[in-house]
Design a protein around this ligand. Sequence first.
Ligand SMILES: C[S@@+](CC[C@H](N)C(=O)[O-])C[C@H]1O[C@@H](n2cnc3c(N)ncnc32)[C@H](O)[C@@H]1O
Length: 360
Amino acid sequence: MTIISHRAEALLLLCRAGFEADCAAELTERAAAQGQGGYARATRDAGWLTWHQPGQAVAGLLPGPSGGERLIFARTAWPLLGEFSDLPPTDRVSPLLAQVAPWGPFSAVRLEHADTNAGRTLQRFLRGFRKALEPALKQARLWDDGADRILHLFFEDSAQGRFGCAPAATVSPWEQGIPRLRLPAAAPSRSALKLEEAWLCLMNEAERAHWLGAGRSAVDLGAAPGGWTWQLARRGLRVTGVDHGRLAAHLLEEYPVSHVSADAFTWRPPRPVDVLVCDIVDKPSRSLALMEKWLLRGWARVALFNLKLPMKQRHATVSSLLSRLQVSLADAGLAMQIRAAQLYHDREEITVAVLPQQGT
Ligand SMILES: C[S@@+](CC[C@H](N)C(=O)[O-])C[C@H]1O[C@@H](n2cnc3c(N)ncnc32)[C@H](O)[C@@H]1O
């Protein structure tokens, strides 16, 4: 059977509200790099947009075998196949089923909405809708666990929206592109969730097992009060937290954590570490230069850090900073991969991971 998403000519993308233009700029750049062109349809602050490439397949824009890395400003993106509207409140399932049937069977269903105040009002409706939809898909023989074909339904309201489908490897593994994470009471700050989301979104399981476990060492620049340090320490890494501010006392008592009161921009580690993390609020070019220094000097082998983006041209800034990093790593003979994402926990910022290329 043909995988329809390879032929789709449009994408639906979810992003943080206010970042639609950055998402569109990123798509323009990625499409151009593949010798393609297209246009976005977006409304400011909507938290979603569509991307259209008439006559050209969009599959190459997505991660996976035919694409490249994930998009930075899209939490999730999938090939758009059609629209639905005027779903009757008495039976919304039957007309939807009829519309999506030609693309089934499906191995999973994602029910999505914009991450805005208006979008979030749909959550209760979608919980009930799922209870009706999933058994109906099974009954209509439109469900097959082995199909590797995820049905995405995006609702603008309870009567209208868009649908599409995609193989699992090309889309976010989470509905809305948002992993559901809970903050344990022991976490010294909410920022702890950001690092957990970062390694879930930017590293694969093998990389997490390789770099983020017992026997590894880490430095956390701008560590206080210690959410990121705690995340690393509870996975068994030995962590040095660098900050003039104090770390939560229980971190130092219960985990292999030490605190250095110093300026992160001038401090140098007594010996190289495996993992560098940095959550300092500073100019993105300054933060990036600090990461570059650590990687080029061999002080750390992996880096995970934030770049704050308070400016207007956020995509242009990110693109030029990350290109600069790529060139300097390559010039130094370091075979590294750079991955970046605006995570759910990222506001005016993105998170970046720099890892040795697989096999190096
Ligand atoms: C956003 S907070 C970090 C929160 C931390 N990641 C957590 O999970 O709890 C930023 C920290 O960077 C520190 N910081 C800012 N500039 C710094 C510098 N030049 N050297 C060291 N720490 C710095 C601040 O003191 C602050 O504690």
